[in-house]
Design a protein around this ligand. Structure first.
Ligand code: HEC
Ligand SMILES: [Cu+2]
Length: 363
């Protein structure tokens, strides 16, 4: 263990890379909100490093220069106060704190104001014809959309306010568009966190918290609950799926009016599956505008990135989940289904039906 200390930098790197999983790192910011927050982190880090070096340099200099030397019994000159020094060491911290405070306060207001980008977009639109097209990377010219995020033990519900429908687990958003987010909870406190897109904000029962984010590029951004909310808190994951505007419009159409096949399947096996679904599942899960809201909306289940937030989206996993939900998410609100309730044949039909639940055309 003599060289144990050598492991320290290594463990630090491992720690950082653990947080740096693809598309799930605040250190790899995407979009205006995350970039703004990252630059604040960077600014305070640089200031702290500067202070650290200056203080340690003075410290080491003083240690060496004024150390006790053998045979030196002379007592140094005794001083009381030094106006110049005191002014210097009061002014420098004030300047440093101002350098921290001004951008922090300004960005805090920008981030709290969900109208800001919208207003700028409108102004841009008004001036659009006169000064030509907008600057790339500047505020978007699309209208903002609003999503109400209702966090549940242990899943996510996304209500698209402008379109009046609900989606579960996967939050689709159009790229380069401001997405205003209203955070609520009906049970306990949760926290909505998509590290690559924006800092976290709490979902608090009885309060609506607001934030906004914007994704510059198409892709899947991982999100997670960041507030201990129960036994399966650590499995309470979701995805933000950023797609181009055209795909998003198609998705919205599909979610508001799912394909006929999802409601009355022509495929015989899927039709049997739909029956099982109507018997056992529809009271909690909606497909289209039919069904309960006690569990995630399943209108686009076939296109889910993962199952129940974190399981691989495979038939075996779905069956295992339905047979024993407790095994995969302790304390979750969904019942398990034994073979007495749903036999193997019905199970296969149900899975076939579930996989057919898609709203986007396959290419
Ligand atoms: C009492 C209400 C209830 C019933 C009945 C119910 N579920 Fe669920 N279901 C839930 C809840 C709540 C969750 C969220 C669990 C979690 O992740 O914490 C869920 C999650 C799921 C998921 C994962 C969703 C996703 O987006 O990945 C699937 C799939 C699912 N249920 C399918 C079914 C099927 C199929 C049936 C019928 C055999 C069924 N459920 C019956 C409440 C219910
Ligand atoms: Cu939670």
């Amino acid at each position: 263990m003599k060289h144990f200390w050598r492991l320290l930098p290594l463990s630090f790197i491992l720690l950082l890379s653990g947080c740096g999983a693809e598309n799930m790192s605040a250190l790899n910011p995407q979009g205006p909100v995350a970039e703004m927050q990252f630059s604040l982190i960077a600014l305070s880090l640089y200031i702290m490093i500067f202070v650290l070096f200056v203080v340690f340099a003075i410290y080491i200099f003083v240690l060496i220069k004024f150390r006790e030397r053998p045979g030196d019994t002379h007592i140094p000159k005794q001083v009381h106060g030094n106006r110049t020094l005191e002014i210097v060491w009061t002014t420098i911290p004030i300047i440093l704190l101002l350098m921290l405070a001004v951008p922090n306060v300004m960005d805090t207001f920008t981030l709290a104001n969900t109208e800001i980008e919208q207003e700028e977009a409108e102004i841009e639109e008004e001036n659009g014809e006169e000064n030509g097209d907008d600057v790339p990377g500047s505020v978007s010219d699309q209208e903002a959309i609003t999503i109400e995020v209702n966090a549940h033990q242990f899943w996510w519900e996304f209500e698209y306010k402008d379109y009046e429908f609900t989606a579960g687990q996967d939050m689709y958003i159009p790229t380069d568009t401001q997405v205003n987010i209203e955070l609520i909870s009906d049970d306990v406190q949760h926290s909505f966190w998509v590290p690559a897109l924006a800092g976290k904000q709490d979902n608090v029962p009885g309060i609506t918290n607001e934030m906004w984010l914007e994704a510059p590029e198409e892709g899947v951004y991982n999100g997670k609950c960041a507030e201990l909310c129960g036994a399966s808190h650590w499995l309470m994951e979701f995805k933000v799926v950023a797609v181009d505007q055209g795909t998003f419009d198609d998705w919205v159409d599909g979610m508001t009016e799912p394909p006929e096949e999802s409601i009355e399947p022509t495929n015989e096996v899927a039709a049997d599956g739909r029956e099982v679904f109507e018997d056992s599942c529809i009271s909690c899960h909606a497909v289209g505008d039919e069904g309960g809201q006690q569990g995630p909306d399943l209108t686009n289940y076939g296109e889910r990135q993962v199952l129940a937030g974190y399981l691989d989206h495979e038939d075996e996993k779905l069956e295992a989940w339905l047979r024993d939900t407790e095994e995969y998410k302790p304390d979750n609100e969904m019942p398990s289904f034994s073979e007495d309730e749903i036999d193997d044949e019905e199970m296969d039909a149900l899975i076939e039906y579930m996989n057919s639940l898609k709203v986007l055309e396959e290419d």
